[in-house]
Design a binder for this molecule. Structure first.
Ligand code: SR1
Ligand code: MG
Length: 394
C-alpha cells in the first residue's frame, strides 16, 4: 500500500482488515493524538480496542514546513519490540507494523492515564519510580557494551540510525534554548531572565559539552523521549510508549529526561504536595543503580565487567550525565519550542511566571554543577536553593 495519512474512516477499514474485530462488529474510531508528531486512532467495539498510530511526513506541531522521515514509525515499532524482550510488563504489545504506511497497531492502553496528566491532577503513582527505574536499567544494560556482545550491539546500533529525530533533540534540547532562536517561546515578562541565560558563558560551555556527549556517546539503545507524556500509569501499572526517538546514545539521557519532567511537575505543585516527586526522583536512581549493579554482576558479557572497582565509576558518570541532561530538559521545556502542560497550565499568571523563573534557575544549576553531583538528594537541595533564589554552591 502506498503512504497516505489515515482518516477515522480509513483507519476503521484498516482495523477491519488486520484487527481483532469480528465481521459486522460495531466499530467506533476517534483520533486522539495530542502529541507533537503523529496521528493516533483509538478503535474499539463493545469488547475490545486497539491503537493505530501513524507517522505524518512532517512535524504536526509546526506543520508541513518541517518535513520528517516516516522511518521513525519503523524505529518505534522496532524499539517497542526490543523493549518487550527485556521488560514486556512495561510496554504495549505491538500487533502489526506496516513500514510503507508508517503504521503501528498496538495494545489499547486506555484503561491507564498519561502520567503527565495524572500528575498534574495530583495523582502520586506510588510504583512509578520502581517501574521506570527498572525499565531504564534493563533496556539500557541489555543493549549496552556491558550486557550485549559487541558485534550484536553494532548490528543493533545500525537498526536505530535516527537522524531526523535526533536532530530535533540536538536542536530543541541542546542548542536553541541557549540562543536567540525564532522557535523559542516564552512570555515577554521572562525576557530579562532568558537574556541572562543567553549571556551566561559558563553555561554555554556546559550545554556544548553535553550536546557533544549526546552526539558521540553511543552507549546503549535509549528511548530518547522519556518524559511523563510518554508514560501511561495507574496505581499499579506502568507502560512506556512512543520510543520514536530511540537511538544509541548516552545511558544518562533517559534518566535525565524523566528526572526533569518529575521536577517540572514538582515546581507546578504546592509545597506540601511535592514530596512524592522528590521520592520518585531519588527512588528512580536507587532502583536504576541497584538493578544495573545486579545485572552487571550476574550477566555482564565483557571480561571488563569482572573489574568490580570500575562499576561505581561507571555509575557516577551516568549519574552526572543524567543531572546535566535534566538541566537541559528543564530549560528547554520552559523557554523552547515544546513546553509542558505542568507549567503552561498554571492558572495564575504571576504564579506561572515565578514557576518558570524557578525552572530556569534549577535547570541552570543542574547543568552548571552536574560534574560534582554525587547523589540524588542534590535535586531536592538545588530545587530548594533555586526556589529561594540562593546561589547554588557546587
Ligand atoms: C517537534 S517535536 C517537539 C518535541 O515533541 C517530542 O515529544 C519531543 O520531546 C520533541 O522534542
Ligand atoms: Mg512522543
Amino acid at each position: 500500500m502506498t503512504y497516505k495519512p489515515l482518516t477515522e474512516e480509513t483507519a476503521v477499514e484498516l482495523a477491519k482488515k488486520i484487527g481483532p474485530f469480528k465481521e459486522g462488529a460495531n466499530i467506533a474510531c476517534r483520533e486522539i493524538g495530542d502529541g507533537n508528531l503523529n496521528l493516533v486512532f483509538h478503535i474499539q467495539d463493545e469488547t475490545k480496542g486497539i491503537i493505530i498510530k501513524q507517522a505524518l511526513p512532517y512535524a504536526k506541531v509546526v506543520g508541513e514546513s518541517w518535513p520528517l522521515s516516516l522511518r521513525r514509525a519503523t524505529i518505534e515499532s522496532n524499539a517497542l519490540r526490543t523493549h518487550a524482550k527485556y521488560v514486556p510488563e512495561f510496554v504495549p504489545e505491538v500487533h502489526y507494523h506496516d513500514e510503507e504506511l508508517a503504521v503501528t497497531v498496538m495494545e489499547d492502553l486506555s484503561r491507564l492515564t498519561i502520567a503527565r496528566k495524572g500528575l498534574i491532577d495530583g495523582e502520586d503513582y506510588p510504583l512509578l519510580s520502581q517501574h521506570i527505574g527498572t525499565f531504564i536499567a534493563k533496556t539500557l544494560f541489555y543493549t549496552s557494551d556491558f550486557g550485549l556482545e559487541a558485534q550484536e550491539k553494532r548490528v543493533l546500533d545500525g537498526k536505530f540510525v535516527n537522524p531526523d529525530l535526533c536532530k530535533i533533540t540536538e536542536d530543541l534540547v541542546f542548542t536553541d534554548p541557549f540562543a536567540d532562536i525564532d522557535t523559542n517561546a516564552f512570555e515577554p515578562e521572562l525576557k530579562k531572565d532568558v537574556e541572562t541565560l543567553w549571556r551566561d558563558e559558563e553555561l554555554q560551555v556546559k550545554a556544548a559539552q553535553v550536546k557533544y556527549k549526546f552526539l558521540t556517546r553511543k552507549e546503549a539503545l535509549i528511548h530518547g523521549d522519556l518524559h511523563t507524556g510518554s508514560i501511561f500509569a495507574t496505581e499499579t501499572e506502568t507502560k512506556v510508549i512512543d520510543p520514536e526517538f530511540a537511538t544509541f546514545g548516552p545511558i544518562g539521557f533517559d534518566l535525565g529526561q524523566f528526572f526533569a519532567n518529575l521536577l517540572l511537575n514538582a515546581i507546578s505543585r504546592e509545597e506540601s504536595k511535592r514530596d512524592i516527586l522528590f521520592y520518585h526522583v531519588e527512588n528512580t536512581w536507587k532502583v536504576f543503580a541497584s538493578t544495573f549493579t545486579k545485572l552487571w554482576e550476574e550477566e555482564g558479557t565483557e571480561a571488563y565487567t569482572k573489574t568490580k572497582q570500575w562499576l561505581p565509576i561507571v555509575l557516577q558518570d551516568i549519574f552526572a550525565d543524567s543531572v546535566a541532561f535534566a538541566g537541559c530538559e528543564i530549560i528547554r521545556r520552559t523557554i523552547g519550542l515544546a513546553h509542558v502542560a505542568d507549567l503552561d497550565g498554571i492558572a495564575n499568571e504571576e504564579t506561572k511566571l515565578e514557576a518558570k523563573r524557578h525552572a530556569l534557575l534549577l535547570g541552570r544549576a543542574l547543568l552548571l554543577h552536574h560534574e560534582q553531583a554525587k547523589d540524588a538528594e542534590i535535586f531536592r537541595t538545588y530545587f530548594t536553593n533555586t526556589q529561594q533564589r540562593k546561589e547554588v554552591e557546587a
